[in-house]
Design a protein around this ligand. Structure first.
Ligand SMILES: NC(=O)c1ccc[n+]([C@@H]2O[C@H](COP(=O)([O-])OP(=O)(O)OC[C@H]3O[C@@H](n4cnc5c(N)ncnc54)[C@H](OP(=O)(O)O)[C@@H]3O)[C@@H](O)[C@H]2O)c1
Length: 412
């Protein structure tokens, strides 16, 4: 009896874990094994449950393995199966899955690890900054795009790391800066191509009800959070295809579930998420892998300095119509910037879950299509898919509604 309980408990835990990792194949295999309960004698089935649990754990463990630094040249192919080729020297590739890109590009050039190159944008602070430092420390040549090449973040990058990290001026809303970065990187990588593009730049402004969202802010969100990544991907894809590299797009929990007061930010991230999913499907034929990182709740500069936050509040009050100001009320509108302060206070100070996810997406043998680091970043999208709308709406209003005032028109 105890054995049966232990086997089922372990199996259920493995199943939940697989579900969390979005491993649909693992989940289906586990569900199949569970259904054999009705066909097999209990003891055989319980042993099978234990075997199945350990196989599923083993498979996932291999999937997390990072390529050793000295062999990263092979990772450029994106094919763990070609590992043995390192020992036997360069070899022309075969196999139908690679034929299409070979027709266009010929057999792939192999690179040494010192030529593994990544371009990140939004490296002034936060996740992009941390990732750029970490990659350059393990020998990857990093082009760190910053919004302000003379700012404190850029200075820290220049001061703290090796020649493996080059800081580039790169505002993703400025086509000329994107072109200049592209020209420069072409001269640096020659015909080896670019291994990674991390579309990390993002902005978050004062949370506000969708009805009173200033149109200018909405356009700014789309420009930086969505179109910036689109433009960067389009410009750099020829280089990424050459090395069959990787794109990492930074979305957000707010792009996966409706978060009150974050309609515009969420819409820009949801646009990026679906764009990224489609790119992932289309580019797989070229051997380029695309991963989406969907974090939630990390304390970075995205929440802004307190000066910025109060400026947002003043701007908001100045842009709304007198009718809206009357219905929502001065007290409610001026309380909105405080949401950012509360969010920042409730967020995690340790950024490593996100940086680990980005690092894995860039350098692991099998990058995942989706990473969900942070508080409820996996759970809420899962509940949204499983729960009836009424149930999910009440969960959302309970967990995600950070407003501490009610609009005047609702109170009266
Ligand atoms: N922190 C979280 O909990 C969280 C949750 C979900 C998603 N995200 C996403 O994660 C990404 C990184 O954010 P973070 O939390 O690390 O915040 P962050 O420290 O503010 O990083 C965002 C970076 O993007 C830069 N940037 C802003 N506008 C840009 C532009 N037009 N061109 C190039 N760079 C620009 C910022 O520069 P300045 O510092 O000079 O403004 C900053 O370096 C963002 O896309 C964000 O939406 C964050």
């Amino acid at each position: 009896m105890a054995f049966r309980g232990a086997a089922w408990a372990l199996f259920a835990a493995t199943l939940l874990w697989k579900l969390k990792r979005r491993s649909s194949r693992g989940f289906c295999a586990a569900a199949f094994v569970a259904s054999l309960h009705f066909l097999l004698p209990p003891i055989v089935h319980e042993v099978l449950l234990l075997v199945c649990s350990s196989v599923l754990v083993g498979v996932a463990h291999r999937g997390c393995e990072l390529l050793p630094v000295e062999n990263r040249a092979v990772l450029v192919t994106g094919e763990a199966r070609r590992w043995s080729q390192v020992r036997h020297g360069p070899q022309v590739r075969h196999g139908p899955e690679r034929c299409w890109s070979q027709v266009r590009h010929g057999p792939q050039v192999r690179h040494g690890p010192e030529q593994l190159t990544c371009l990140h944008q939004g490296c002034d602070s936060g996740f992009g900054h941390e990732l750029a430092r970490r990659l350059s420390q393990v020998g990857v040549l990093v082009f760190a795009g910053v919004l302000d090449a003379h700012g404190a973040g850029a200075q820290r990058l220049r001061a703290g790391t090796s020649e493996k990290l080059q800081v580039l001026q790169l505002d993703v809303t400025d086509d000329r800066q994107i072109e200049a970065a592209h020209r420069y990187i072409c001269t640096q990588v020659n015909d080896t191509g670019l291994w990674g593009l991390v579309n990390n730049a993002g902005i978050l402004q004062c949370p506000v009800d969708a009805e009173i969202q200033p149109m200018k802010t909405l356009l700014d969100y789309l420009d930086v959070n969505f179109l910036g990544a689109v433009k960067m991907s389009q410009v750099f894809l020829p280089l990424l295809r050459r090395s069959r590299g990787r794109i990492i797009n930074m979305s957000s929990l707010a792009g996966a579930v409706p978060v009150p007061l974050f309609a515009a930010y969420g819409a820009s991230k949801a646009a990026l998420a679906i764009y990224s999913e489609v790119m992932r499907l289309e580019l797989s034929a070229w051997g380029v892998r695309v991963s989406l990182v969907q974090p939630s709740g990390f304390r970075t500069n995205i929440f802004g300095a307190s000066d910025d936050i109060s400026r947002h509040g003043d701007q908001l009050l100045a842009t709304v119509s007198s009718e809206v100001r009357e219905d929502y009320g001065h007290a409610y509108i001026s309380s909105l910037p405080g949401v950012l302060i509360r969010m920042s206070q409730q967020s995690a100070a340790d950024l490593s879950p996100v940086v680990d996810a980005m690092y894995h997406a860039l350098l692991s043998r099998r990058p995942a299509p989706l990473y969900t680091p942070g508080q409820m970043a996996w759970l809420l999208p899962f509940l949204r898919r499983c729960c009836p709308s009424a149930v999910f709406d009440s969960i959302t209003m309970k967990l995600l509604n950070l407003a501490d005032h009610q609009p005047a028109g609702i109170q009266s």
